[in-house]
Design a binder for this molecule. Structure first.
Ligand code: CU
Length: 182
């Protein structure tokens, strides 16, 4: 049994033999703090992975030669505090950023809207006519039925990978949510 195991056993009510090995007593504090740091890191990672939920990612098919496209999804924050979407990457485009489409004097235009804040209890739906992840420098047109890998990096939740399904051109929502077309 290792020194460490002996002392773990002592926490469970068995005798710890560490004090009978004086030249090693200095090891305990460092082992203990290393173990606590490790446990703390694991707990942090576990808590982070469930904080922000990325749901129903989808995109529209694009015409041949298109250099831009948009990805839509719903972001849900299950944590106790605001989180922010800092960056988005996808292998199919040179650049990806959060945009919002706004209507100004009857003209629809879009502008960068990141970092996007996702508050607890207020899911954000990225959808046509509102927030979207703008893909620029598209490497190939998006075809209906294709799956697109997307990585989202949040300030607190860290990196979250998802897959966007490509729906037909002009589609207003992902097929898996037929009741939620707008
Ligand atoms: Cu845009």
């Amino acid at each position: 049994m290792s020194l460490w195991n002996q002392c773990v056993a002592s926490w469970l009510g068995e005798r710890c033999t560490i004090h009978s090995v004086p030249r090693r007593t200095g090891i305990l504090p460092s082992m203990l703090s290393a173990a606590l740091l490790f446990i703390g890191a694991m707990a942090g990672a576990a808590a982070q992975s469930a904080v922000v939920d990325v749901q129903h990612a989808w995109a529209r098919a694009t015409p041949p030669g298109a250099k831009t496209a948009a990805i839509y999804m719903t972001l849900v924050n299950h944590g106790p505090v605001d989180d922010r979407l800092l960056s988005v990457t996808t292998p199919i485009a040179g650049e990806a950023e959060v945009h919002i489409t706004v209507s100004e004097n009857g003209i629809s235009r879009m502008r960068p809207a990141g970092p996007l804040t996702v508050a607890p209890g207020s899911p954000i739906e990225l959808k046509p006519g509102g927030y979207h992840i703008m893909l620029m420098d598209l490497k190939a047109p998006l075809a209906e039925g294709q799956s697109v890998s997307v990585s989202l990096t949040f300030e607190k939740a860290g990196k979250i990978d998802t897959t966007a399904v490509v729906e037909k051109a002009g589609s207003m929502g992902p097929n898996e949510m037929p009741g939620m077309k707008m």
